[in-house]
Design a protein around this ligand. Structure first.
Ligand code: FES
Ligand SMILES: [Fe+2]
Length: 427
């Protein structure tokens, strides 16, 4: 449970809010590289951390992300003409380059140098791992580009999708670090989804509904260990990584690809759920890629605006017969929309003064504490928050079976670090 002011602090990320300022310490995913597929292609509206922006790719292939609205009289540059190394406002022809600098003002006298004085606020936009990343903080504090493993492996080994989620980022992210819901909400899919089925670990998941959580602080966030009973008194450990502010890696299953999420606030009542699947040592197969594109695993079927086809306007295509028969636990199909439906059902910003937390919520409780502590240190002492440093990002999740006397974080220490070319620890 949180006090109202704590809930406000953690859920508000606009430019002038405390957490909004801290969120702007990180490189965050802004759009898929595929959304700007070629030079001079149509610009794309991007709303992030409550700021309305426009992204475009110029004639030379440089990416720009800047204020959506023309400095002249506020026209949305989504209507702009992307031509000759700049985006031109269609109202009176003012033109901006990828840094937001106005480079032409064709409705002013030819000798006027006023264009030089006009610049839209803008942010860097850089491709890595099929994702366009931006950094929206003060330029002097800009960290090096992110090095999450999914974005660093060769392109054939990784796949990323995104979907629009109609609730605050925090309740979505909290679903990602709450591994106890998997044995309930997702139980119908663990043994049937092509990207999950067949792993030995699945049986431990389904066979022990009361995992014991052990949550340990990591340099960048938390190791969230969920312990379930295996054979001969051994324990099956699923260790999720949470890296601040909102990056998670779900523990692997068998030889399947490894997946995880980023939750990025669009504004305080909606967010992007980014979902990636990668394998550290092999290319994804055609079957896997076909399944991912079809919305299997943690991905979703979406429309042209990345809104899921199953959404709150159609009750997420609730299937009561499947729910009754146990084919799905909640009646909703697929991991992604099972998660999104229950998270959106809490309302746009869940009231955390009214919740009833129990022992299996310890990951969520510690993540909130960690965030609150980091915001305080950042605001009061200018301390750079966890998760900005590259070594905090070079981590992995793991699934292991251990004897009962071995603490997971010691036994799996190396498995929790991303060593390029080394296979993940998986059961
Ligand atoms: S409003 Fe954009 S040029 Fe006039
Ligand atoms: Fe889930």
């Amino acid at each position: 449970m949180l006090r109202k002011e704590q809930n406000d602090l953690l859920t508000q990320t606009g430019p002038d809010t405390p957490f909004g300022r801290m969120f702007r310490c990180y490189w965050i995913p802004a759009l898929l590289a595929a959304e700007l597929p070629e030079n001079d292609c149509p610009p794309v509206r991007v709303k992030l951390l409550s700021e309305r922006l426009i992204a475009f790719r110029d004639t030379n292939g440089c990416y720009g992300l800047m204020d959506e609205f023309c400095a002249h009289r506020g026209v949305s540059l989504w209507f702009g003409r992307n031509e000759d190394c700049g985006l031109r406002c269609p109202y009176h022809g003012w033109k901006y380059d990828v840094t937001g600098q106005c480079v032409d003002m064709p409705n002013e006298p030819e000798q006027s140098a006023f264009a030089k004085k006009v610049k839209l606020s803008s942010y860097p936009l850089v491709e890595r791992g099929g994702v366009l990343w931006t950094y929206m903080g003060p330029p002097a504090s800009q960290p090096p580009l992110p090095e999450y493993e999914f974005a660093m492996v060769p392109a054939p080994q990784t796949y990323t999708s995104k979907r629009w989620q109609e609730c605050n980022w925090l309740q979505a992210m909290e679903g990602g670090i709450d591994s106890s819901h998997v044995s309930f909400l997702h139980r119908g899919d663990i043994n049937t989804d092509p990207l999950f089925k067949g792993a030995r670990g699945n049986q431990y998941n389904l066979g022990d509904l009361r995992p014991v959580f052990e949550v340990v602080e990591s340099a960048g966030g938390l190791f969230i260990g969920a312990r379930r009973n295996a054979e001969n008194g051994h324990y099956y450990w699923r260790i999720t990584q949470w890296v601040m502010p909102s990056f998670t890696i779900i523990p692997p299953r068998g030889n399947h690809s490894v997946h995880g999420h980023f939750w990025i606030p669009i504004d305080d009542e909606t967010c992007w759920a980014w979902s990636f699947d990668y394998h550290p040592t092999r290319a994804l197969t055609d079957e896997e890629l076909t399944a991912m594109r079809a919305g299997k695993g943690i991905h979703a079927k979406v429309d042209g605006n990345y809104r899921p086809l199953a959404n709150k306007d159609n009750d997420y295509l609730m299937d009561r017969a499947a729910q009754k028969a146990g084919r799905t636990y909640s009646g909703i199909e697929g991991f992604a929309m099972q998660d999104a439906s229950i998270q959106e059902s809490m309302g746009p910003i869940v009231d955390r003064t009214k919740e009833t937390l129990v022992s299996t919520d310890s990951g969520i409780i510690m993540a909130r504490q960690r965030l609150l502590r980091a915001i305080k240190a950042f605001l009061e002492q200018d301390v750079m928050p966890p998760g900005v440093a590259l070594e905090h990002q070079r981590v992995r999740s793991a699934a292991v079976v251990l004897p009962p006397d071995q603490p997971f974080k010691d036994a799996a220490r190396e498995a929790l670090i991303a060593h390029p070319g080394v296979a993940p620890a998986s059961v």
